[in-house]
Design a protein around this ligand. Structure first.
Ligand code: PNS
Length: 162
């Protein structure tokens, strides 16, 4: 069984993330989408909300499941018999940091990192930009699943009122 992990914060999941998950699911027997739930003050959605959105978004793929993790990604991989980390690369600028993390992770455990080039249509996409554009009323439909757009719009409206 070749099992891989697609890790991330997914705050919220975008179509760019789902492109990488789908393609990883074609390469590996099983893919675990691992939502990092380490404490951070800057999240728009809670860990449970992010996991719920991913679970809904990945429901159509039989060999994909969603889980949360705290602590080191390599510890999660060892505990779940995962031997590969799949990361999307949007641009050369992603590469420096991703290479550093891949090398650090492989120094911690015998786990390979596999880089998958993001499809060109999503190469500009980042959760942080989606949130910023949506905050100022920009149209982000088509960049995230429709149900994520609904929750994003609702959360930003709550924030505006609160
Ligand atoms: O979507 P993000 O924010 O780029 O995801 C980053 C994530 C969660 C994949 C990364 O921060 C991570 O792996 N965190 C777990 C802690 C860890 O293992 N740190 C050492 C990385 S070399």
């Amino acid at each position: 069984m070749h099992r891989a992990v697609c890790p991330g914060s997914f705050d919220p999941v975008t179509n760019g993330h789902l492109d990488i998950v789908e393609r990883a699911a074609g390469l590996f027997d099983e893919v675990v989408v691992a939502v990092g739930v380490n404490a951070s003050k800057n999240r728009l959605f809670s860990a449970d909300e992010r996991i719920a959105m991913l679970t809904e978004a990945c429901a159509g793929w039989d060999n994909v499941r969603v889980d949360g993790f705290t602590g080191l990604l390599t510890d999660f991989c060892l505990a779940h018999d995962v031997h590969a980390i799949v990361k999307g690369l949007r641009a050369v600028s992603d590469f420096d940091y991703e290479l550093q993390m891949a090398q650090m992770n492989s120094s911690l455990a015998p786990i390979e990192t596999v880089f998958v080039p993001t499809s060109p249509e999503w190469s500009f996409l980042a959760s942080s930009l989606v949130k910023e554009v949506a905050t100022f009323g920009g149209d982000v439909s088509g960049l995230v699943p429709d149900f994520v757009l609904e929750r994003l719009t609702a959360r930003l409206a709550e924030r505006e009122q609160g």
